[in-house]
Design a protein around this ligand. Sequence first.
Ligand SMILES: NC(=O)c1ccc[n+]([C@@H]2O[C@H](COP(=O)([O-])OP(=O)(O)OC[C@H]3O[C@@H](n4cnc5c(N)ncnc54)[C@H](OP(=O)(O)O)[C@@H]3O)[C@@H](O)[C@H]2O)c1
Length: 311
Amino acid sequence: MNFQSMTRRQVTLLGLSAMVTGSFTMAQTGGAGGSAIPTTTTRRIRLPDGSLAPSLGMGSWRLGQGRRPITQEEDAMRTGLSLGMDLIDTAEMYGSGASEEMVGRVIAGRRSEVFLVSKVLPSNATTARGIRNACTSSLKRLGTDHLDLYLLHWRAQVRDLALVVDTFEGLKREGHIRRWGVSNFDVSDMEELFSVAGGKACATNQVEYSLAKRDIEHDLIPWSRKHGVPLMAYSPLGSDGRLLRNAALSEVASKHGVTPAAIAIAWTLRDGSTISIPESGSASHIRENARAVTLSLDAQDLTVLDRVFPV
Ligand SMILES: NC(=O)c1ccc[n+]([C@@H]2O[C@H](COP(=O)([O-])OP(=O)(O)OC[C@H]3O[C@@H](n4cnc5c(N)ncnc54)[C@H](OP(=O)(O)O)[C@@H]3O)[C@@H](O)[C@H]2O)c1
């Protein structure tokens, strides 16, 4: 049985309200737990400029660099796109451009389906010319004329946030980027960003967030909610594989008939206003990860996970 539905629902969780839109195509398979396996999944969150972005995407930090045959990794990313994981995160840093080149091959001929994110290195972000040259090079490697989102990768030596905002806004006006944001900013960095002219246009802050790393719940998450800045969670699977071997996580996964990876990703999406960007070079892992947007963790699941992974 196939069915398709469009939903627009108010998600209220953890004291947060966010407008979420979703489109799901499900195939009933009688698979694990007898649950439906998604063939297409897209859920979107609203960004500060009013536009929508997919809540589940794909990272690419270690892709395109010889860990696996390149065709396998490209096939994995195409699988993710076919399942609605249509946000791709990359950066000029990843493989010194090799990741962007791989993403460029994957999105060739289907650019309009993809919400494309890349990042400028701080070492290139101390001058307007540095940012502009980095953006031009990324666009060339990606084979496109615009990014949907351009981020400052981390703060480091970047003292002049006004210059960064000004340059990003210029790139936006000229059509090279649709919006801009930051990454690895803490509360004091965000306050400084909000104090410069135009700084409040920041579309997202991409930060490390997973069951294994919850420290931002103390400060950055409350600050971001208060100021309406959506977060983009990187390393949602804990990056090194240890999180996915946890017994409590496996227990919750069995209950839902999915893998621990799907639960770990669903947990990062639970507030309805966070984007999650797990990375995988394996098509079968990508299929598991795509299940995350179809899951709703209940109070009992959250209690089990809170006990094992305290804030
Ligand atoms: N802004 C920043 O400073 C920053 C920093 C780090 C990362 N990032 C971004 O966030 C993305 C994700 O972060 P990450 O790569 O550190 O960590 P992650 O997504 O938490 O974990 C990736 C690892 O999990 C494995 N994996 C994926 N799906 C799996 C599954 N279903 N079952 C078992 N293992 C699975 C992957 O191996 P396989 O390939 O074998 O599936 C890979 O080794 C990066 O690619 C990058 O785009 C940004």
